[in-house]
Design a binder for this molecule. Structure first.
Ligand code: C2E
Ligand code: MG
Ligand code: MG
Ligand code: MG
Length: 285
């Protein structure tokens, strides 16, 4: 225990712990105002055809532009937003913003079929009336439900029964992807229960597939499952040309990752869609 390590350390430990909880308290309350204070921004990461590099759509990725802390990544605040319920308002903002941006991009020449992927968390799915509400947000933005893909993690589909939500929205044309596939539970019964059309292979496996036979085998197995039940696959976290080639060799057609494009600001993504910025890949955010 800390006590055995001497009195000085006890103090240090306690101070650090109370500092952390104060920090969380402050973050909690600041988070509840993030939408109204206009501190949230979306980044858009291209999802591409691996063989042709054609941009099929984007995944909307949330950033919190905190006045003091700078840009806070989603893994640092979404769990907190889920705890406090702030994720409901934040999630609504994300979906509306991503759909409005898609509507703008679909009016660019040759881009009418562009899609948008939006991440949902379990807490959002627990709200009464969420299916009708979600469809309303999509329609209000002026995009067709068929151009939207909602990403649900295996983790949240365990925590919540999302079957009804997903089935209702699927009936209206909305697409679903199982995100981070393979890392948490890999419970294949999800594939039976949920009307998902796409599996997203977690970047953990993509990262290891060119060095480790196990990871290569796992990617191959996921592709085989997807193929035999008629699901599309998107590989996440492609960082090297070698990974892209290995995925293509296994028959994986779509992917995203820093090699193909980092999460971009709306201006950068617009430039990319207009054919500018092809030569210089913008820096990551
Ligand atoms: P995710 O949905 O699996 O998103 C992919 C994450 O991988 C993103 O991290 C992305 O920036 C990162 N990434 C993309 N390509 C590469 C690559 O080549 N290498 C590496 N190392 N990483 C890559 P990000 O933006 O930090 O988001 C983290 C997670 O936060 C997301 O994982 C998603 O689960 C969650 N998230 C993001 N935006 C939202 C949102 O609007 N709502 C909810 N509920 N969750 C969100
Ligand atoms: Mg995702
Ligand atoms: Mg993922
Ligand atoms: Mg993830």
């Amino acid at each position: 225990t800390a006590k055995n390590r001497g009195p000085g350390l006890v103090e240090v430990f306690d101070e650090a712990a109370s500092h952390r909880s104060l920090d969380r308290l402050a973050l909690r309350s600041e988070l509840s105002h993030a939408v109204e204070r206009d501190q949230l921004r979306l980044r858009y990461q291209p999802i591409v055809n691996l063989a042709t590099s054609e941009i099929l759509g984007f995944e909307a990725l949330l950033r919190w532009h905190h006045p003091v802390r700078g840009v806070v990544p989603p893994d640092d605040f979404i769990p907190l937003a889920e705890e406090t319920g702030a994720i409901i308002g934040i999630g609504d903002w994300v979906l509306a913003q991503a759909c409005r941006q898609l509507a703008v991009w679909q009016r660019l020449p040759g881009r009418s079929r562009l899609g948008m992927n939006v991440n949902l968390s379990a807490t959002q799915l627990q709200q009464p009336g969420v299916a009708v509400h979600t469809l309303g947000v999509i329609k209000d933005a002026g995009v067709s439900p068929g151009d939207i893909c909602l990403e649900i993690t295996e983790h949240s589909s365990i925590r919540t029964d999302v079957t009804e939500f997903a089935t209702t929205l699927r009936g209206a044309g909305v697409n679903f992807a199982l995100d981070d596939f393979g890392i948490s539970y890999s419970n294949l019964s999800h594939l039976k229960r949920l009307p998902v059309g796409t599996l997203k292979i977690d970047r953990l496996f993509v990262d290891g597939m060119t060095a480790k036979d196990t990871d290569l085998g796992i990617v191959r197995a996921i592709l085989a499952i997807a193929d035999s039940i008629g699901l599309a696959v998107v590989a996440e976290g492609i960082e090297t040309a070698e990974q892209r080639a290995a995925l293509l060799a296994l028959g994986c057609e779509r992917g995203q990752g820093y090699l193909l494009g980092p999460p971009l600001s709306d201006e950068e993504a617009t430039a990319l869609l207009l054919g500018a910025g092809r030569r210089s890949v913008p820096a990551r955010h």
